[in-house]
Write a protein that binds this ligand. Structure first.
Ligand SMILES: C[S@@+](CC[C@H](N)C(=O)[O-])C[C@H]1O[C@@H](n2cnc3c(N)ncnc32)[C@H](O)[C@@H]1O
Length: 256
């Protein structure tokens, strides 16, 4: 794994427009991961109601649909036309979700026009997400809520792996592309402390943290099945959050 030394120019995630690749298919057989993410969102938004949510980099709207439980209107802001084409079908019975072709760094919305922003599984394409955090801060009203999920490079197993080599997990983003795929769009895992520092610089404060997808293991999924895994996940999400145990980190942030 190579560390990303410099932030690159952010490119559109063009593999999501590749006719050979269908991101919706990726979710087949990943019921546990999907349910674990809905569990985290439900937990972080419990008892709250919003008027205008934005699902930034929302793909085909997998979680935009779920957001309608919490927000009157949802905008799916997504840079891939292919994802939006799939969304037209996936969201055909969900008129509360509108779809727009947009990059996270330029959301083309008025200042303070949203009260909730969701970003899930997008940060791995953004080695330096500072411009995107600044744009999200701009469109959120003061006191607005930002739910962010990202791939955690400092998860428990990785800390052990690094520790066995006498090293600590790098604070800079870690490139997880294989040598053959170095020309593809960026694919990085982030250190939670670095992400939180950038969020604070953009004007956010952390209100709540969860450790996500703690039981993500093909063997566990096969042996135990979804229901028991989710029961354990339910307990682990808040319990293990302070040590950033799982492969994904969830943050609920408030715009100051
Ligand atoms: C792994 S998918 C996640 C989709 C959705 N959030 C979900 O969890 O189902 C990553 C998404 O990020 C989008 N993306 C990549 N770079 C982006 C950028 N700079 N701004 C906004 N979205 C971006 C891709 O087009 C893709 O739909």
């Amino acid at each position: 794994m190579a560390e990303v030394k410099k932030s690159k120019v952010v490119r559109k995630a063009d593999q999501y427009d590749d006719p050979e690749y269908n991101y919706q298919d990726y979710w087949q057989g990943r019921d546990y991961e999907h349910a674990a993410e809905e569990m985290a969102i439900r937990r972080l938004l419990r008892g709250r109601k919003f008027k205008q949510a934005v699902d930034v980099g929302g793909g085909y709207g997998r979680l935009s649909k779920f957001l309608t439980k919490f927000s009157d209107k949802v905008t799916l802001a997504e840079p891939s036309q292919q994802q939006l084409d799939i969304a037209k079908i996936y969201l055909r019975d969900t008129p509360q979700v509108s779809q727009k072709l947009l990059q996270a760094s330029n959301l083309k919305m008025k200042d303070g026009s949203a009260d909730l922003v969701l970003v899930v599984r997008v940060l791995h394409h953004l080695p330096d997400p500072s411009p995107e955090f600044a744009e999200i801060a701009r469109v959120l009203q003061p006191g607005g809520t930002f739910l962010l999920e990202f791939a955690n490079d400092a998860h428990f197993l990785n800390r052990i792996r690094y520790g066995l080599r006498g090293k600590s997990v790098p604070k800079t983003p870690v490139d997880i592309r294989s040598e053959q795929n170095k020309d593809d769009i960026p694919f990085v895992n982030h250190h939670p402390k670095t992400v939180i520092k950038k969020l604070q610089e953009a004007g956010f404060e952390v209100e709540a943290t969860l450790s996500g997808s703690n039981m993500r293991s093909p063997t566990l999924k096969r042996v135990l099945g979804k229901k028991p895994l989710l029961a354990v996940e339910q307990v682990m999400q808040p319990l293990l959050a302070p040590i950033y145990f799982g492969p994904s980190v969830w943050l609920r942030l408030k715009k100051k």
